[in-house]
Design a protein around this ligand. Sequence first.
Ligand code: 6CS
Length: 312
Amino acid sequence: VTWRFALEEIEGSVQDTYAQEFKRRIESRSDGAITVEVYPYGSLGSSSQITEMLQSGALELAFASPGHLADAIPEVGVFTLHFVLSDDDAVNRQVLSDPELHALLQPPYRDQDLELLGVVQEGWMVWSGDRALRSPADFDGFKIRTMTSPILVESYRAYGANPTPMPYSEVYSGLQLGQIDGQVNPIFAIEEMSFYEEQDYLTSGRHAQFVTTLAGSQSWFESLDESTRAMIEEVRDELVEWIDREQQRFNAERLDTILEAGGTQWVELDEDERDVFRQASLGVRETYVEQAGERGREVLDTFLALVEKHQD
Ligand code: 6CS
């Protein structure tokens, strides 16, 4: 059998690296009974279109990032909130792969004909722009492209910005044509999508990680036998630390590439500067709960409690 696995990122990306390793392990463990076909971004459409194909069973597997998916599943917007994660990557890895959190999110995925299979961190989000973004005052009137979920729009309104949601494939031309002043993504993506070519500053406030979810078509997942499901979960668990190391390497190497090319300045916020953004972001948690309801409140409370627990 063939499993079609769609990516929201191009060849050579973090998602591609994950998918290629997933493919290797599944194909070897199934002794060739399963073939995984990987479809990089561009071949099938936008993130939202890929999710629709997954829901209808036209694909077996795909990455579905909360920044887009929260349109359909507001609860998953918890991963896009600012300043909810730890500064410690090892803590975040534990929180994001915690079974309690996955169990809470599974029902809303199933309501949408999806199966949540895993949560993957792809690195700290960095703001790129025509200016350095050291304080909410710098965001005043700043047209920032966000992913398409409503909770992200609120996150940037809270800083006084002018958020403009659009699909990933339109960001480069948006920057070139001046429709947007900046955007936000992990460094590896800013490099491979050439966004840095159109931007003078990269500002790192470590406000959030780029988090994606590995999702399956529900009808496909339900058709699998116990041992195949267990094999998927085993590979998923093995890849948690593996992909975290890979993404850290990707992001570090590609920052060097960007800075060596010249023309882009790197700005790192200090703790006082971060704290101003943290304070400005807190109200958005309430907006998240308004959008995601009681189930969303439970997801957020659990998330914050897990960060505390793993931090100790
Ligand atoms: O900004 C976006 O829309 C995309 N960014 C990354 C790093 N991956 C997929 C997502 O769609």
